[in-house]
Design a protein around this ligand. Structure first.
Ligand SMILES: [Zn+2]
Length: 375
């Protein structure tokens, strides 16, 4: 029998950085599943660089993989973030004490190994009805695989469990993730004659100050399951101007906000448009362009949901909220209940410190087995 650790070693050895095709990981999973009588459906697309990407939907023996309406789906992404060239053990995993180290160990091949070990070890007649295992591509670059799957209406589960490292705390709520690019256009002039031009940087500064003020207003709308318990706003980058003695003709900045569940993901974007309308003056020579780059709302499953309660009871760990983005934002649109859980801690992920504690990996595999089995 292949153990969860064996599966994880094999999976880490298959590089699956988002820029590469995820076919090797999908083929590995398919082999494990087909050997146990599971049926699979592949949903393939080409990414923006022309690489083949595959989302996989799998159903246990005696369940029809083309049935869309199901009860419980496990989602797991197959890609990892890029790793530095000097991380020599990135795809050469090893065990150190109780830690299994390697790229993807906790984000999120550890959970994938749990799913495959469970599928491998459960007798065919024991699976619960309406069960699906779904592997996605391109999560790390904006949940692109999951969006394709939703657009294809491949599956409509009542309940979804998404693998991400939460130290096996069931995460039942998460903030959304939104981004917009704001370009302020002015008019260049010699800085000795500023009245001949219109400074895009001064105009951008006024707009950014107003956005910061709006952030204080947003902080009054509280959701106490989070820390900080409100929608945060960040202007993360700004570029503008060409020289110290030129009135700048252009300034561009990126606004990012993380909306609490229940708040419209567009709220900040709409306010930015209102602020701009208030700042616009006729004949000022200043113009504004706002491009929405991402709008993912938050998600929340109620604390008394039977799925949340069952997981809390099994792990002995209380439910939490997650501060990082995940496929939950998208998938909460197609399911009644969404939770995120997995072995390992996101604070070690996306770095050469990445590891998964083996006892947590084993506990996660038992949890998945329990949820996949009748009785
Ligand atoms: Zn992840």
């Amino acid at each position: 029998m292949t153990t969860v650790v064996d599966h994880l070693f094999e999976l880490i050895r298959l590089p699956s950085v988002s820029s590469l095709s995820n076919r090797p990981v999908i083929e590995y999973a398919e082999k494990v599943l087909h050997d146990k009588g599971w049926s699979t459906r592949k949903f393939t697309y080409q990414d923006s660089s022309g690489e083949e990407k595959i989302n996989l939907v799998a159903a246990p023996p005696n369940q029809n993989v083309t049935d869309r309406d199901v009860d419980l789906a496990f989602f797991c992404h197959t890609d990892t973030v890029p790793f530095a060239v000097d991380w020599t053990n990135a795809i050469d995993p090893f065990v150190e004490g109780e830690k299994l180290r390697g790229c993807g160990a906790c984000d999120v091949k550890g959970f994938l190994a749990c799913l495959l070990a469970a599928a491998d070890q459960i007798e065919p007649e024991l699976f619960v009805g309406g069960l699906r295992l779904i592997l996605t591509a391109d999560e790390e670059i904006g949940c692109i695989g999951a969006s394709h799957l939703i657009a294809a209406e491949a599956v409509r589960p009542k309940r979804i469990m998404i693998g991400e490292p939460t130290s096996l705390h069931v995460a039942r709520a998460g903030k959304g993730y939104c981004l917009a690019k704001v370009t302020v256009l002015g008019k260049e002039a010699h800085s000795a004659h500023p009245n001949m031009g219109a400074s895009a940087i001064f105009a951008a500064a006024r707009l950014i100050s107003a956005i910061e003020e709006f952030g204080k207003e947003l902080a009054k709308e509280l959701h106490n399951f989070f820390d900080p318990g409100f929608t945060t706003i960040n202007v993360g980058t700004i570029h503008g101007g060409t020289a110290k003695n030129i009135v700048p003709g252009e300034c561009e900045f990126i606004v990012e906000w993380r909306p609490i569940p229940g708040q419209s993901a567009d709220k900040v974007l709409n306010r930015i448009h209102e602020i701009i309308d208030g700042l616009k003056l006729p004949d000022s020579g200043i113009d504004y362009r706002v491009t929405s780059l991402r709008t993912q709302s938050g998600f929340e499953t109620q604390e008394n949901s039977p799925l949340v309660r069952a997981i809390e009871e099994f792990t002995g760990r209380p439910a939490v909220s997650i501060p990082f983005g995940s496929e939950a934002s998208l998938l909460s649109a197609i399911a009644d209940e969404v939770v995120v859980i997995g072995p390992g801690d996101m604070r070690s992920a996306h770095s050469n410190r990445e590891f998964v504690p083996i006892p947590e990996l084993d506990l996660a595999a038992s949890l998945v087995k329990k949820l996949m089995c009748r009785g």
